[in-house]
Design a protein around this ligand. Structure first.
Ligand code: ZN
Length: 456
């Protein structure tokens, strides 16, 4: 890689220097080196230089990270920040009952205050664990609040309103006509896509095949192609769901999404636990990525997605914690470790080597979001979205391979420093983007109010 960004040649001090850490770049050569990372005032990575390079520019702020490990900020490509307040409120149920009996009524009970509290609590947890970019699915209402919260907190956010214009058991508060759902969707895309210098982006988010009409899904595909906006949906999460799709429409789930024009768009399909054999090729030849959510798949008893099989066929795969209602935490390191364990449980111990797993959580996620030119690896010119971990404690110390330590030993609490576009959001393991204590207190208050509204 080039050692310097050309615009950095002015000699002016860098905005930030993170010095002396082992840098796991996740560049195409998977370079790992000990280096100083210099960040320009525009928040992009300006230089990667050896720690003893006397020609390196000075920096306005210099942080000693020697002995620590720097990775690209984690990318989680499937989350529901609107569900953070539902943690522990939807236990021990299979997918369709979990949605109908718990999640949808709770989502329908949200107001803007509870939505904001839910998103802030989720973002606090994400930042503290080193996640810097997310793809989020909102509920049907209060999507502006999600974007406003992402704007304030500083997270790199792609999200959208859940589109639901049909479906068994959908409460009236969430069911919209196709026309109204699309009108609100278009308004939100106009209002939020590419805001805050591109840090906020919109995603068209039909919830899943069983709660969207063909009309709606076709319209989403057409809009995605015309406007180059990401599509985000759930697919083939549980057997009960895939059986119902086949019974109702005579075709398998991912095939149906392809028939409606959604597999060729830039799309993220969450779960894909139960693909039919021919659906591997649909995913490999189209623009869709699979988002693997191992905690959620295990907790809802959904199954083990064939991730090694997807990677062998050339399907892009990302990771996501899904929501606090089905996980019950948003810890990217936990998903990484479980992706490895579940993959090996399913396909044997040679499946999914550690560097490939780190790729899912970083550059694979960035590719899924269409953000790989900007984030997902530590390279000159990219956004300084970084997570610095101290892996010298008892559970992670060791001379062994850094990728293996990152996948199987690292914990969210090892994260010391996190930057998004060069802006520090976590320092010395503490959230500084906003008050964690206030976010927790506000969430507790709003959760009590939301549960009261639900039972009223
Ligand atoms: Zn989900």
């Amino acid at each position: 890689m080039p050692a310097r960004r050309t615009v950095a040649a002015s000699g002016a001090p860098a905005a930030l220097a993170i010095r002396g850490a082992t840098v796991v770049t996740m560049d195409p050569l998977r370079t790992v080196l000990v280096a100083d990372i210099l960040v320009d005032t525009d928040g992009r990575i300006a230089e990667l230089v050896p720690p003893d390079d006397n020609s390196a520019r000075p920096a306005q702020r210099s942080i000693d990270a020697s002995g620590q490990v720097v990775v690209p900020g984690l990318v989680q490509a499937h989350l529901h920040l609107c569900q953070t307040l539902f943690r522990g409120l939807a236990e021990d149920k299979p997918l369709l009952a979990w949605l109908r009996e718990c999640i949808w009524p709770l989502e329908a009970a949200h107001d803007p205050d509870s939505m904001r509290a839910s998103a802030r609590l989720g973002i606090a947890e994400l930042f503290l664990g080193g996640t810097t970019s997310i793809l989020d699915m909102g509920t049907v209402h209060h999507t502006d609040t999600l974007f406003e919260t992402a704007l304030e907190t500083g997270i790199r956010y792609t999200g959208g309103k859940a589109l639901m214009d049909t479906g068994d058991g959908v409460p009236p508060g969430l069911l919209e006509s196709t026309a109204i759902a699309l009108r609100d969707n278009d308004r939100l895309a106009d209002a939020w896509n590419e805001r805050a210098d591109g840090r906020l982006r919109y995603a068209y988010s039909p919830r899943f095949v069983l709660t969207a009409t063909f009309d709606l899904l076709r319209s989403v595909g057409a809009r995605a192609r015309a406007n180059h906006i990401l599509v985000h949906t759930h697919a083939s999460e549980q057997r009960e769901e895939t059986d119902l799709v086949r019974q109702r429409f005579g075709v398998s789930n991912i095939q149906l999404l392809a028939n409606l024009g959604l597999a060729e768009t830039n799309a993220c399909f969450a779960h894909c636990v139960w693909p039919e054999p021919e659906e591997f090729d649909i995913l490999a030849s189209g623009g869709a990525s699979v988002v693997h959510c191992p905690s959620c798949n295990m907790k809802l008893g959904s199954g083990a997605a064939p991730i090694a099989g997807y990677l062998e066929r050339g399907v892009n795969v990302a990771l996501g914690a899904d929501g606090a209602a089905s996980n019950n935490r948003l810890d990217g390191w936990e998903e990484l470790r479980l992706a490895g364990l579940l993959g090996k449980f399913r396909d044997g111990p040679a499946a999914l080597p550690a560097p490939d797993l780190v790729e899912l959580a970083t550059i694979g996620g960035a590719r899924a979001l269409g953000l790989d030119a900007d984030v997902g690896s530590i390279e000159i010119g990219k956004q300084a979205d970084l997570a610095v971990l101290d892996l010298r404690r008892a559970h992670a110390a060791g001379p062994d391979d850094v990728y293996t330590r990152l996948v199987y030993s690292a914990r969210a609490t090892d994260v010391q420093l996190v930057t998004v576009g060069g802006k520090i959001v976590v320092e010395e393991g503490k959230l500084i983007a906003f008050s964690e204590a206030e976010a927790i207190a506000d969430a507790a208050e709003q959760r009590a109010r939301l549960v009261k509204r639900l039972s009223a």
